[in-house]
Design a protein around this ligand. Sequence first.
Ligand code: F6R
Length: 239
Amino acid sequence: MKIIVDTPEALARFAAERYVTLLNKKPDAVIGLATGSTPLGLYRELQRLCAEKKLSFAKATSFNLDEYVGLSGDHDQSYRYFMDHNLFQGIDIDPKKTFVPSGLGDIAKNAEEYEDMIGLAGGIDLQLLGLGQNGHIGFNEPGTPLNSPTHEIELTENTRMANARFFASPDEVPTHAISMGIRTVMNAKSVILIALGENKADAVAKSVKGPIDLSVPAAVLQLHPDVTFYLDEAAASRL
Ligand code: F6R
């Protein structure tokens, strides 16, 4: 399903409704979260709804998609730091029930444990995704096998340069990341993908109606039984 809106604010409101519906029905739901620029408006809306007591994450558990290898959670470019500052500190979730993969130490072991933790929590009820300009979801770059669990990934130059704006210099952008795999994402009961702007239009079109192959990781979502794309008109312009 595709929901096309005219402003980022409308996208945030529509997508936020999904959390209200889910958490009303299942207060202890397991939610999968993303970082990046696109979710910021949605996260502000979730914080607003929490402040107005229209939404509560008090019993929920969250699992983030990914983290850079080599950055600890107090590094201001780590995804743990991003989540703490852009969402968790402004909602009533128990910080102990917010999980972000660890990019420190033995990454293969961290990845395996992350999959186990998601399984023990009962699986992800609602997974939020952004979309890379190259069609990546999480840090699953083109070529990632469709049956991949959480794993370590070498970032493409394209992705490193897209993210360089946040670092003091492009050389500081980590070369590797740990990410939920495509299989992890596909196992979520429901998926919402949000995309804003003309620079996502090509990836959106290929994801929604392109062939399902490894060159556009998000195209596999066509096989998911419950996925909704929330788009602005620019991102939807090539559909
Ligand atoms: C972030 C993530 C990435 C982003 C994607 C889009 O956790 O997994 O797949 O969702 O790179 O990023 P933005 O929203 O910054 O355009």
